[in-house]
Structures are given as structure tokens and as C-alpha cells.
Ligand binder design. Structure first.
Ligand SMILES: [Zn+2]
Length: 421
């Protein structure tokens, strides 16, 4: 066996073992705290709601195990099982221009993977979400969404893919630098275009109607010196009962978006506090920092791909016979996440740090008690677990666990009260 085949298999098995171990820990932790609502939440969350959240999270975790098995099986089939070679060989026989062959090989694999994942997406929406009362989507909406996103990926992705494959073949030794510049420009364009042009294809966005809420929000935006296209409400309730708020776009195109499901459950004070938190992400430059980090990482990734593309062992060790740019790109995109899995806790940690900073901003610019009650509402309505396993949390949680986050807000309030005399 080639050395890199052994390395790949070892890292793959290690990542699967770690994932299964973390699943088990999380289920165990939720089960161990199933019979009692944690004290801090005892007033606001009933035992029934707490247990519903426990059942919901365990159902998702159990299902996640099947998904992991399925994805791992297909990764092995595509690579060592010869799947990519098979698709590549078939398109090669059609004797099309090399660039077109490359695009078609990649497109075939993307399409096949999407079809293979469909049953899981279906089960998640129409069985798990449905069972716990969260699903609001219909089969028609689900199918339309799928069709629309497939068309969108084809329309936007094909020219990008063709351009990158062309650069890989014809742009000389520094192709990866040009490809990286193209990739980053494309990403920036998408971030800019998403709120105004892409998201409206799937949802209806409307200006916030409630007058009293609007004046409170405008006052807060003014106070924080934030200029945007305004605050929008999205009809998230068409698909799911889960609620959220987010920030998107940049420059003149930036928007704050509230789910209608969230507005229904929060008071004016709570909405203001959630908005202050979202503004905190912007004011503390989190969007810019994340962009800087992803551009650095993609720079390294393209440089690495440039090296691997020239190395015949990379193809052969991963079950691909023919040395070709599109095969290198496919293998790279398929195999990289397995290696990246072990550094993912670093990104989760950074994200949690940003959440603390945004909470600090919200504490300084709004009522922290309203933020705490908004969070409790969010945890309850989204059936997030209040008792995650600490190790699982370190790996996966983009947001700090409920009790830690609320204690942080309480500690800030304490410190503020003391320094204020
Ligand atoms: Zn946040």
C-alpha cells in the first residue's frame, strides 16, 4: 500500500472514531441531565420542554451517525473504490475538449453526491423536524427549493469551475495565485449579492412594520453609528418553526434580518437586545476577521493544491489512475475535510470568542436582562439542549453553551455595577 493511502485511511478512521465518541458523549450527557431542568432555567423552561429538547437532540445525533456512515462509505467508493476513475474514464471516451471533460466530470460527481444525500435531507425535514413539530415546509416547497438551488449552483458554479480548471491548465506556475484571487473575488461578490439577489429567490423579505419596534431599532442603529439598508423580516415560518436573527452583506447592501418566528416570541426589549448583539458582531469587526481568515486559509489551500496536482503519488494513492487537473481538484475537495476536521475546534473556539464579544457589546448598548430572556426564549423555542457535553461543545459549538453565556452576561453586569459604584 502506498504511504499516502495509509495516511489517508488512518486519518479517516481516526476522525470517524472521534466523531462517534463525541456523539456518544453528547447523548450520554443529555440523558444524564434528562430528569431535571438546570437550576438557572428552572423558572422559564418546563420539564416537558427540557425533555422535548433532550429527545430532539438525541434523535438528531442518532441520525447523524447514519449520515456519517453513509458519507464515509461514499468517500471510500469515490476514491479508493475507483468511482472518480470510472466517471473520468467514461467522459474521456466521449472525446470532448479537455476543459469541457473536466467540467463534466466534476459536475457528474457533484450531482451524484447531491442525489445520494437527498434521502437524508428528506428524512431530517419530514421525519425528525416533523415529529418534534418544527417542520412547516411542504413537499412542493422542498422540491422547488432543491430545483432552484441546483439551477443556481449550475449557473454560478459552472463558469467559476471552468475558469479555475482553465487557470490550472494554462496559467503557468502561478496559476494558484490567480485562482485564489478569482475565488476570493467570487466570494466577495456572493456575500454582497446574497441579501439583495439570492436570498429573495427563496424567501420574502419585508421592511419591519411594527412602528414602536421600528423607532426603537432606528434609535439603536443611530446610537451605534450603523448605516444599512435597514431591518428586514423574513418569512422563515414558511419552512420551519425555528427562529433566528442574522446579519448579511456588506457596504451599502448590509442588512439585519429577523425571522418572523423570532419576532412573534420576543418583546420589544428583547428584539432590541438581540439586534445589539448582531451589531456587536459588526462593530467588533468579526465579519472582516472571518473573511481575512478564510482568505488566508484558501491561499494556503490553493498553494497546497498546486503542489499536489504535480505529484503523481497523490492521485495513485487515492485510487485515481489519470493525472488531470480536474481529478486533482476533486480529490483535494473530497479529502481535505477529513484532515481539517482535527483543527475545527480552533474555529469553533474563535466563533465562541466572537459571541462573547458581541454579548459584551449588547451589554454596553442595551438591556442585558432582555438579552438573557431572549436567549432563554430562543433555547426553548429551538429546543437547543441546555446541558451539552463540554468536550462535544469544544469541538462543535459555534455559540457558548447556554449557562456559560448567561453567566458571562451576569458577570458583566456585576462588574459594571461595581465599577459604577
Ligand atoms: Zn452572535
Amino acid at each position: 500500500m502506498a504511504l499516502f493511502t495509509a495516511v489517508f485511511l488512518f486519518v479517516l478512521v481516526a476522525s470517524v472514531v472521534v466523531r462517534l465518541w463525541l456523539f456518544r458523549r453528547q447523548v450520554g450527557h443529555i440523558r444524564a441531565h434528562y430528569d431535571r431542568v438546570p437550576e438557572a432555567f428552572a423558572e422559564d423552561i418546563s420539564l416537558a420542554d427540557h425533555q422535548l429538547a433532550g429527545d430532539y437532540n438525541c434523535a438528531k445525533l442518532r441520525f447523524g451517525r447514519f449520515e456519517l456512515g453513509w458519507e464515509t462509505l461514499w468517500l471510500l467508493l469515490w476514491t479508493l473504490g475507483g468511482g472518480i476513475s470510472l466517471i473520468d474514464g467514461w467522459w474521456l471516451q466521449q472525446e470532448l475538449p479537455p476543459l469541457l471533460t473536466g467540467v463534466l466530470v466534476v459536475a457528474t460527481l457533484i450531482l451524484a453526491s447531491s442525489i445520494l444525500n437527498l434521502p437524508f435531507d428528506y428524512y431530517h425535514t419530514f421525519v425528525i423536524e416533523e415529529r418534534f413539530g418544527f417542520n412547516k415546509t411542504t413537499l412542493a416547497t422542498w422540491l422547488t427549493d432543491m430545483l432552484k438551488s441546483t439551477l443556481l449552483v449550475a449557473l454560478l458554479g459552472t463558469p467559476l469551475l471552468a475558469a479555475i480548471l482553465w487557470l490550472m491548465s494554462f496559467a503557468g506556475n502561478l496559476w494558484w495565485l490567480y485562482a485564489w484571487l478569482l475565488w476570493m473575488s467570487f466570494n466577495l461578490l456572493m456575500i454582497w449579492a446574497y441579501p439583495a439577489f439570492i436570498a429573495p429567490l427563496f424567501n420574502t423579505f419585508s421592511q419591519l412594520q411594527d412602528e414602536s419596534l421600528r423607532s426603537r431599532i432606528e434609535a439603536l442603529l443611530q446610537r451605534c453609528g450603523f448605516h444599512s439598508q435597514g431591518v428586514f423580516v423574513v418569512d422563515g415560518s414558511r419552512r420551519s418553526a425555528h427562529g433566528n436573527a442574522y446579519f448579511s452583506g456588506f457596504g451599502r447592501n448590509k442588512r439585519i434580518v429577523f425571522y418572523d418566528t423570532l419576532l412573534k416570541t420576543l418583546s420589544v426589549d428583547e428584539v432590541e437586545a438581540v439586534l445589539a448583539h448582531e451589531l456587536g458582531h459588526y462593530k467588533r469587526h468579526h465579519i472582516r476577521k472571518m473573511l481575512l481568515m478564510s482568505s488566508t486559509l484558501s491561499f494556503v489551500a490553493f498553494a497546497l493544491l498546486a503542489w499536489l496536482m504535480e505529484s503523481a503519488w497523490f492521485y495513485h494513492a487515492l485510487g485515481v489512475e489519470r493525472v488531470a487537473t480536474h481529478n486533482a481538484l476533486l480529490l483535494f475537495v473530497l479529502v481535505l475535510p477529513i484532515f481539517a476536521y482535527f483543527v475545527s475546534p480552533l474555529f469553533s473556539a474563535l466563533s465562541r470568542k466572537h459571541e462573547f464579544e458581541a454579548d459584551e457589546f449588547a451589554h454596553a448598548n442595551s438591556d442585558y436582562r432582555a438579552l438573557i430572556s431572549a436567549l432563554v426564549n430562543l433555547y426553548r423555542d429551538n429546543a437547543s439542549t441546555l446541558t451539552p457535553d463540554p468536550v462535544h461543545s469544544v469541538f462543535y459549538d459555534s455559540h457558548p453553551p447556554a449557562s456559560i453565556r448567561i453567566n458571562h452576561l451576569l458577570a458583566l453586569a456585576d462588574g459594571g455595577a461595581r465599577s459604577g459604584g
